[in-house]
Ligand binder design. Structure first.
Ligand SMILES: C[S@@+](CC[C@H](N)C(=O)[O-])C[C@H]1O[C@@H](n2cnc3c(N)ncnc32)[C@H](O)[C@@H]1O
Length: 254
């Protein structure tokens, strides 16, 4: 089984998957508003196939990015070259958010699309946040979002695969049916998702692990790693977190 997005099938369908909910577009607009008029450099951590990254680049943002998955990055490089960004391989690299490195600092560091949750140990979370802090200019901002844990859905057991959606392989127009089954570890706060891809009678499994984070837990992690002026919202229009809201959207300052 492959891990997270480190496989070709995920890379092939990721853009269609991203468009299958409203969240991708809401995130894109929210982050664009935060970065479009600033002077310094911006970093998108875990930029994937560049569904947002390339649009920020087209908007003139001085943006850099990295991702751990070479399969996702191959799609990004191909799209970047097609759009005429000949320096795409200089501004996008393959790195891990737990220990990435740049010789310069950023005025804003973004982690959209809930990607921070792929760090499944406290050690990796703390290392990543400390490293982000070190890579920010003074008063620079970390901006990220992830889902607000919903205890009821976490304790609901799924024995069978749930159908997610059907996608089209852009290379040969074959249908790809995507289903999933979750295994929840309440003690470690980890959801292990077994994604099942079915295409032309063949079945392929890809494992993904996400560690959910509670609001007070992340407040503590930010405090521990030196961040100040922490703001948290429940929606991408910056309305407050409520019992009903599903997302936690953070802006924290160095
Ligand atoms: C949900 S996708 C988000 C992609 C992109 N940010 C977007 O909005 O379209 C999550 C991405 O996180 C990447 N990822 C997971 N763990 C990572 C890590 N430790 N370091 C860097 N990237 C990671 C995956 O490879 C994947 O591309």
């Amino acid at each position: 089984m492959d891990k997270n997005y480190e496989n070709k099938l995920w890379a092939l369908i990721y853009e269609q998957y991203d468009k299958s909910s409203d969240r991708g577009e809401l995130e894109y607009v929210f982050y664009l508003n935060e970065i479009k008029d600033i002077k310094g450099k911006v970093l998108e951590i875990a930029c994937g196939t560049g569904s947002k990254f390339l649009k920020y680049l087209e908007n003139g943002v001085d943006i850099y990015g990295f991702d751990i998955s070479k399969e996702m990055l191959e799609i990004l490089y191909q799209k970047g070259f097609e759009k005429g960004f000949s320096n795409i391989k200089e501004i996008i690299t393959q790195q891990n958010m737990a220990n990435f490195s740049y010789p310069f600092k950023f005025s804003k560091i973004l982690i959209p699309a809930r990607s921070f949750l792929h760090l499944t140990t406290q050690e990796d979370q703390i290392n990543a946040l400390k490293n982000i802090y070190d890579h920010l200019e003074d008063k620079g901002q970390l901006i990220l979002n992830f889902f607000k844990p919903n205890l009821k859905s976490l304790v609901t057991k799924t024995e069978e695969y749930d159908f997610f959606e059907e996608f089209i392989n852009p290379n040969n127009n074959e249908k790809i049916k995507l289903s999933f089954k979750n295994q929840v570890d309440l003690l470690k706060q980890i959801i292990a998702i077994d994604w099942k891809f079915e295409t032309e009678g063949k079945e392929y499994h890809s494992e993904m692990k996400v560690r959910w984070i509670y609001k007070p837990e992340f407040e503590l992690l930010l405090k521990l790693t030196g961040f100040n002026n922490v703001k948290v919202y429940g929606n991408f229009d910056k309305t407050p977190v409520t019992k009903e809201s599903n997302e936690l959207i953070w802006i924290a300052e160095k």
